[in-house]
Design a protein around this ligand. Structure first.
Ligand code: ADP
Length: 591
């Protein structure tokens, strides 16, 4: 009996802690962003590291890749399991480091020497001066759409990106792109039109958006999707078009497979196959150069090794994104919320620090509506991220507070939904839905994560009955059941179908009555800085005197005046494609 117990104990230890394999190879587990990361470390007889491999990682593709490549490579090179994390992929890096430590420690390997902190020492390279027709600052959605379009218009392009990877905030998005084609049967069936998209974008932003820019956005949206298709990007069909949170209408197209990472696979392939676009990662633009005539003529950057890289160009596209991660800037400008200090989390990547704002200020560029900062009620309670969100579309889910009660219109504007959430206990809510969207639980959310994975990682809960779900959520079961029963009356087939409920909600799908049920907690999170530099419909940049700054273009979140006080869900990616393309074309055609 004792022997069996010992065997079970040993087996259990091998399963939970690290596992010793042949040839001095050890596996261990660490916590990544979306569940466990498994790593194998192989040591030489003298105890030095021969190899480190990541065997399993469920973190968001496109976001974690740099960490999966770099952290093990650094461990091997520096013979240490205490190396730097990768900026923009901190959670994944930490998970890999913890897994390596677990692999060795739990197998009794003395890790004292290997735990010594080591850093890659980069020798400063020579300063460089490069030439291009167009230089693009920022390799997010708008920047890469601009770079490719400039190239398609005959330009030689250099893109500089300060982070070790492309994608910016765009790659963190769920991938929803609002776009309408007036002649499609689908739009007619949905009572949608380019003009209705225009009206909702304007009114949803309290008419602060510039009508010309809004019309440019909506009337080029569908063409933008076709352009990405020509580049090879795959999209789900019309039957997958949905209402994204705060999108107000079913007009959001979904990329097939990999959410927003699909854009960067597509753009990346294009860039790999042309010798006319050079992409320089780890290269931070510091200043936009102006010649004696006051015309923009290039940029100065800090290069990968800390060297100075000067790029002379006929035109410059600023596509540096927003400033949601810059607490000082967002507190200085915020005109809506009044308390955007560091306690309020953000969905953004660490590079969203408003560098473009600072560089453009030096050129006396004109900024508009900088106070318009968008929050979402959809942040992960620990990180503020959008990922981990169980919802698919608006019509299949509800929000309930810590008392287990619905409290507002979950189909409304993003600012209204966030205000409603701030008014709840601890500004904390649960998204609740049923198995209609997750028949087995292995189906993916909008961020490429399965419901079962989220449950396993402790980021969502699942139960066969609402009573059991209430226990897991720590909310009052009677309240939860009553609030859902009442909601179901308004759903398709319900007693009050077709009516608005007491919160003004009008978008209802099937009732929430098909167990198992799912719930995921969410908090307010800073998402999008809607103000920015003032542009015209050709993406030319205005100065404070209302004149165009020659040879300068801007696109994406760094610009202002499109979304007004409140951006519709699904309009940000449309913005990157539409205005990215326009900026690229304008910049390439610059004489
Ligand atoms: P958008 O949606 O407008 O394209 P993103 O956030 O997706 O915005 O992309 C902006 C990109 O610009 C990010 O990848 C960010 O790291 C990059 N960036 C920001 N500031 C600089 C800078 N000073 N130099 C180079 N790249 C920058």
């Amino acid at each position: 009996m004792k022997k069996i117990l010992a065997l079970i104990l040993a087996l259990a230890m091998m399963m939970t802690a690290g596992l010793a394999l042949a040839d001095n190879s050890y596996t261990g587990t660490g916590k990544g962003f979306a569940g466990d990361i498994k790593v194998t470390v192989t040591l030489a007889d003298d105890g030095s590291i021969v190899d480190v491999t990541v065997d399993e990682c469920n973190d968001t593709p496109g976001v974690c890749d740099t960490a999966v490549e770099k952290v093990p490579a650094d461990m091997k090179e520096l013979n240490s399991i205490n190396v730097d994390t990768v900026s923009g992929a901190t959670f994944t890096s930490q998970g890999i480091l913890a897994a390596a430590k677990d692999a060795l420690e739990s197998n009794g390997v003395d890790i004292t020497a290997l735990m010594e902190k080591k850093e890659v020492v980069v020798e400063k390279g020579a300063d460089q001066t490069l030439e291009a027709d167009v230089v693009v600052i920022g390799a997010g959605g708008a920047g890469l759409a601009a770079a490719i379009t400039a190239e398609q218009n005959g330009a030689k392009v250099i893109v500089v990106e300060k982070m070790p990877k492309v994608g910016g905030n765009t790659i963190l998005a769920g991938g929803a792109v609002n776009a309408v084609e007036d002649r499609s049967e689908f739009a007619i069936k949905q009572n949608d039109s380019v003009y209705w998209h225009y009206t909702q974008t304007l009114s949803g932003g309290d008419y602060q958006g510039d009508p010309e820019l809004v019309m440019t956005l909506v009337s080029n949206a569908y063409d933008g999707i076709q352009w990405t298709k020509e580049l090879g990007m795959e999209w789900l069909g019309e039957d997958a078009v949905f209402t994204v949170s705060g999108g107000l209408w079913p007009r959001a197209w979904k990329p097939a497979g990999k959410a927003s990472a699909g854009f960067f696979e597509t753009y990346g392939k294009y860039i790999d196959n042309t010798d006319k676009i050079d992409l320089m990662l780890n290269t931070k633009a510091e200043e936009i150069l102006v010649n004696e005539k006051g015309e923009v003529c290039g940029i100065v950057c800090t290069g990968e090794t800390g060297n100075t890289v000067t790029i002379n160009a006929k035109s410059v596209v600023v596509a540096t994104g927003g400033f949601s991660k810059n607490v000082e800037l967002r507190m200085a400008y915020d005109a809506i919320w009044g308390m955007l200090d560091e306690k309020v989390l953000s969905t953004n990547h660490p590079g969203a620090t408003g560098d473009g704002v600072k560089m453009l200020q030096k050129l006396q560029a004109d900024f508009i509506q900088m106070g318009n900062i968008q929050l979402l009620p959809l942040g992960d309670p620990v990180t503020g991220s959008l990922s981990g969100n169980i919802e698919h579309g608006v019509d299949s889910r509800i929000f309930v507070n810590k008392s287990g009660l619905r409290y507002g219109d979950e189909g409304g504007r993003r600012d209204d939904m966030t205000r409603d959430l701030f008014a709840q206990e601890d500004a904390y809510m649960w998204i609740v839905m049923d198995s209609d969207t997750y028949p087995t639980g292995d189906e993916l959310n909008n961020f490429g994560e399965s419901a079962n994975q989220l449950v396993e990682a402790g980021r969502a809960v699942k139960a066969d009955t609402l009573d059991e779900l209430a226990v897991l959520m720590n909310v009052d079961a009677a309240n939860l059941k009553a609030t859902i029963a009442e909601y179901n009356e308004y759903c398709i087939g319900g007693a009050k179908e077709g009516q608005a409920d007491q919160f003004g909600r009008t978008l209802f799908g099937a009732p929430i009555d098909n167990g198992p049920f799912y719930a995921g907690a969410r908090v307010p999170t800073v998402h999008h800085t809607m103000g920015g530099v003032r542009i015209d419909t050709l993406c030319r940049v205005y100065n404070e005197s209302g004149e165009i700054i020659e040879n300068l273009y801007a696109a994406g979140e760094v610009t202002g005046g499109i979304h007004g006080t409140n951006r519709l869900g699904g309009n940000a990616l449309t913005d990157t494609i539409v205005f990215g393309r326009i900026a690229g074309e304008s910049a390439a055609l610059q004489k």
